[in-house]
Design a protein around this ligand. Structure first.
Ligand code: XBP
Ligand code: MG
Length: 252
């Protein structure tokens, strides 16, 4: 019996990368007087590395930027990332990024069915709070029993650490839970923690290898905004808690 759903945030709960994180990084570069700019395409390539600080470092190396030899590189990255987080939080409060279709419905259905909820993400904790508060209201933070985020674990996705942390906090085993992810790094992490995983992909991740997933969908879907993949597979317009539980029974 499934006891909990564990959600990734960026790309899964909301499409935050292109118009949220990317914009906030570019603002931070400008604020620091750097001439770096991450286009939509460049950002797609940089998404190979999870974590904002890790992504900046990867950019410096792969784009051979002179700043990679900065006397105190860690300090520079820390400074840029702190600005980026401020920018991201401000951006969400001015212009909330909506949750993806079906997310709010499934979260509410899960609670009504006494399924416990948690978050496992590599993003900074303030970013999770800002997204949930602006998209769902302050009280929605209480919907999640554990919010595992950012540097709380030593290794970010694709390592299993953040999922292992959440499972340990909830005193559950992987067999009790389902993970919801959107990316290859995400499913590598969840599968390395032995979690059955449902994928809702997006423009940046639609070509990723999701062969290890329990189910791969374009989105969770709503009655008036159906999941095209689910319609094709089952004739249903949106994914429900019941259909998830049924799917788990079938694979066991
Ligand atoms: C999310 C990320 C994060 C955000 C930026 O990955 O990779 O790095 O892009 O967040 P996932 P920070 O959805 O797999 O958890 O800048 O706060 O690190
Ligand atoms: Mg993600």
């Amino acid at each position: 019996m499934i006891k909990a759903f564990i959600f990734d945030v960026d790309g899964t709960l909301a499409d935050t990368e292109r118009d949220g994180h990317r914009v906030a990084f570019n603002q931070a570069f400008e604020q620091a007087g750097l001439d770096w700019f991450w286009s939509e395409q460049t950002y797609g390539e940089l998404l190979a590395v999870t974590g904002g600080k890790e992504r900046i470092k990867f950019f410096l190396q792969t784009h051979n930027k002179p700043e990679k030899d900065h006397a105190d590189l860690e300090q520079l990255i820390k400074f840029l990332h702190a600005r980026k987080t401020e920018n991201y939080v401000a951006l969400l409060s001015q212009n909330a990024i909506p949750l993806r279709p079906g997310v709010k419905r499934l979260l509410q259905e899960a609670q009504a069915a006494n399924i416990r909820l948690a978050i496992a993400t590599t993003t900074t904790p303030q970013n999770v709070t800002a997204l949930l508060e602006n998209a769902l209201g302050k009280e929605s933070l209480n919907w999640f029993e554990v919010i595992g985020a950012g540097d709380i674990v030593p290794l970010k996705k694709p390592a299993p650490d953040i999922y292992d942390y959440v499972l340990q906090q909830m005193q559950l085993t992987a067999a009790d839970c389902i993970a919801f992810e959107d990316s290859l790094n995400g499913i590598r992490s969840s599968r390395a923690a032995n979690l059955k995983t449902i994928i809702t992909y997006n423009d940046y991740t639609c070509d990723d290898d999701f062969s290890a997933a329990l189910l791969v969908l374009d989105q969770l879907g709503e009655a008036d905004n159906p999941s095209q993949q689910l319609l094709k597979k089952t004739g249903q317009p949106f994914l429900t808690v019941d259909s998830i539980l049924q799917l788990c029974d079938e694979v066991l």
